[in-house]
Design a protein around this ligand. Structure first.
Ligand code: ZN
Length: 153
């Protein structure tokens, strides 16, 4: 078994075990240099936290373990195709490699696909199904300027 198959199989096993505990069928690993840094499963039901997805939980645990919010050099292995929230979180953590075992096409018949959200997010804000509007309240981004000034001080 190659390492990709090995880690994806572990992610699927985590997801399967999570189902056994009443959770949703998603598991993920953060791996660096062939070593598992952290594991996560979907805990939205157990925690009443809509952001408690497997990938986000694995990112949080990896950052705590490594003592940094920057996870550049790490890779994510997920049982299922990461949703847009998780994909963005993975990117924002500095991770550039993601692998998943089950696609949105695999998930669609079971109501577990996030393909529709991906498609909606690809549209300009004004065309998305959510109401999203930029409402500028001042001509200058003074908050950001103050932050930048504090960084240089
Ligand atoms: Zn997600």
């Amino acid at each position: 078994m190659n390492t990709t198959t090995h880690f994806l199989s572990e992610a699927i096993q985590l997801a399967s075990d999570n189902v056994g505990g009443g959770g949703r069928p998603f598991g993920a690993l953060v791996v660096r240099d062939g070593v598992v840094i952290s594991r996560g499963v979907n805990e939205i039901l157990a925690t009443n936290d809509p952001t408690s997805h497997a990938e986000v939980n694995a990112l949080r645990a990896a950052s705590q373990s490594l003592g940094t919010p920057n996870l550049a050099g790490c890779e994510v292995y997920a049982s299922g195709q990461p949703c847009p929230m998780c994909m963005a979180a993975i990117r924002m953590a500095g991770i550039t490699r993601v692998r998943y075992a089950y696609s949105n096409e695999d998930a669609e018949p079971f109501g577990l696909s996030t393909a529709a959200i991906y498609a909606d997010l690809a549209k300009p804000f004004a065309e998305q199904s959510m109401y999203i509007r930029h409402e500028p309240i001042s001509p200058e981004p003074t908050l950001y300027r103050a932050w930048k000034d504090a960084q240089q001080g």
